[in-house]
Write a protein that binds this ligand. Structure first.
Ligand code: TYD
Length: 125
């Protein structure tokens, strides 16, 4: 849960690095205009931690730690999901006009990606 300041003018939420999320933000990116049925992600990170927020609409985050899977539906802009490194994750079931914000602990580096699920499982052993 992020802070949520409510008054008659509407709601305000905020995120501070190292306070509401356990890392320093090096990058943020947005995922939007996702066609129905599309699946984003489908990878793990060697080093990167991230924090995922549904700024608008809803989507499901599927997480696998190498032994079990869990799913989280994000649909509130004051709720975020922290995903540590070495967790396989995918994003799916995007609603129309959904907007996903990802705060990441590292700059973009394709070498940090594990894109093969079996390779991920091997690394987790
Ligand atoms: P990709 O990793 O396939 O997206 P997703 O994990 O959501 O399925 O990334 C799509 C493209 O965007 C790919 O060419 C890499 C590029 N990209 C960047 O250049 N910088 C970034 O910060 C991110 C996240 C992706």
């Amino acid at each position: 849960m992020l802070p949520k300041i409510e008054d008659e003018r509407g709601n305000l939420s905020f995120i501070e690095e190292s306070r509401h999320i356990p890392f320093v933000i090096k990058r943020s990116y947005l995922i939007y205009d996702v066609p129905g049925g599309a699946i984003r992600g489908g990878h793990a990170f060697l080093e990167q931690h991230e924090f995922i927020v549904a700024l608008s609409g809803s989507f499901t985050v599927r997480l696998h730690d190498g032994s079990k899977e869990e799913t989280h539906t994000l649909n509130r802009s004051y709720y975020g999901l922290y995903v540590p490194n070495m967790i396989w994750r995918s994003l799916e079931d995007f609603s129309t006009n959904s907007l996903c914000l990802v705060l990441a602990s590292t700059p973009y580096d394709p070498r940090d990606y594990i894109r093969d699920f079996n390779a991920f499982l091997n690394l987790k052993q």
